[in-house]
Design a protein around this ligand. Structure first.
Ligand code: F6P
Length: 367
């Protein structure tokens, strides 16, 4: 397990020298001690609590299923905590077994429900959450959620000593040191479905459509949907926003016979209404606004999200068994690993170069 700063009681140091007999005996002994420690750690996780927190994402149910079934397989008792940190504060726990997660793999949303808890941000709220954990004799939590959820998990871990592993579930794909989060792929499919449908009417009526997508400050949804949907323009956080330039491109295009445009605007930049009104003023053309909103969070998870959720859920249990805590499961180059909560949340490794490249390609292909 290769980790980005994950907290591990089993970390071993030392350089490798394949030929030296004494060193290799020491390494063998060190491995035996490590294995012993691992066995001791294994006994410590008898009961886990699993919760989903923040905005739901397609694939959260698949992750719950994987966590529950893998834990049961390992002989670990599972409590489901309803409504995220709200449920932790208010002791809303339910016993779960393999049958509790039957037929949820393909369902959007989360059977455990979710919430954005204001109370959990306070010390009082956190204290109540810890009391629930102690009262129910929960040894560790698996927290399925996004940025805000892991900031909370970080506080629980660092300030209150609560053991946990996170599984990233958010459509925004805005966590550090992971290529993907559970739900991101499906939300692009959902946006594309809308883009394709708008394309039918846009070409039939020769209009300009401005489609607003979610994603907070992360360009991911806008950029990926722009490229895959053949958008003529994408306005994304961190990119250059020049409406005069866009207006003159529309004019130029129109002279050459290009009469229909789809512009994707990320909510992190502006609203579709705002951009629509400005472009109407600048071009005099008919411009329509479409805000996709929460449809982007719903629906059955697609294959990549089901696979990712299933892998990450099971991995979170393996990580707990091995004694890890205070970290989120991440995927980098198809390899699962752990990244510390604070690094995943605060240490943005956003690949703006890639986003810029994909944007340029989108523009080139839309000419
Ligand atoms: O984080 C997921 C997300 O859907 C964002 O893309 C969006 O900005 C936000 O949640 C909306 O939050 P809410 O559902 O609380 O309005």
């Amino acid at each position: 397990m290769c980790d980005v700063g994950a907290v591990s009681p089993l970390a071993m140091g030392g350089t490798q020298n394949k030929c030296h007999p004494e060193r290799s005996a020491r390494r063998a002994q060190s491995r035996r001690i490590s294995k012993k420690k691992e066995n001791i750690m294994k006994k410590n996780i008898k009961k886990i609590g699993v919760l989903t927190s923040g905005g739901d994402s397609p694939g959260m149910n698949a992750a719950i299923r994987s966590v529950v079934r893998k834990a049961v397989f390992e002989g670990i008792e599972v409590l489901g905590i309803m409504e995220g940190y709200e449920g932790l504060i208010n002791d809303k726990c339910i016993g779960m077994n393999s049958r509790s997660v039957s037929n949820i793999l393909s369902r959007g949303g989360t059977i455990l429900k979710t919430a954005r808890s204001k109370e959990f941000i306070t010390k009082e709220g956190q204290k109540k959450a810890v009391e629930t954990i102690e009262k129910n004799e929960i040894d560790a939590l698996v927290i399925i959620g996004g940025n805000g959820s892991f900031k909370g998990a970080h506080v629980l871990h660092d300030t209150w000593g609560i053991t946990s592993i996170g599984v990233p579930g958010t459509i925004d794909n805005d966590l550090g040191y992971t290529d993907y989060t559970v739900g991101a792929h499906t939300s692009i499919d959902t946006v594309l479905d809308a883009v394709d449908k708008i394309r039918d009417t846009v070409t039939s009526m020769e209009r300009i459509y401005v489609m607003e997508v979610m994603g907070r400050e992360e360009p991911y949804i806008a950029i990926m949907a722009g490229l895959a949907g053949g958008a003529e323009e994408v306005l994304f956080p961190g990119g250059v926003i020049d409406l005069d330039k866009i207006a003159s491109e529309i004019e130029e295009g129109s002279k050459k016979g290009k009469k229909s445009w789809i512009l994707i605007v990320s909510e992190g930049v502006s609203t579709s209404e705002d951009i629509t009104n400005k472009l109407k003023d600048k071009t005099g053309y008919e411009v329509r606004a479409v805000t996709l909103g929460h449809v982007q969070r719903g629906g059955a998870p697609n294959a990549p999200d089901r696979i990712l959720a299933s892998r990450m859920g099971a991995y979170s249990i393996d990580a707990l068994i091995k004694g890890h805590s205070g970290a989120m499961v991440s995927i980098q180059g198809n390899k699962l690993q752990l990244v510390r909560y604070d690094k995943a949340c605060y240490d943005a490794d956003r690949d703006m170069k890639l986003y810029e490249e994909l944007y340029s390609l989108t523009k080139l292909l839309a000419t």
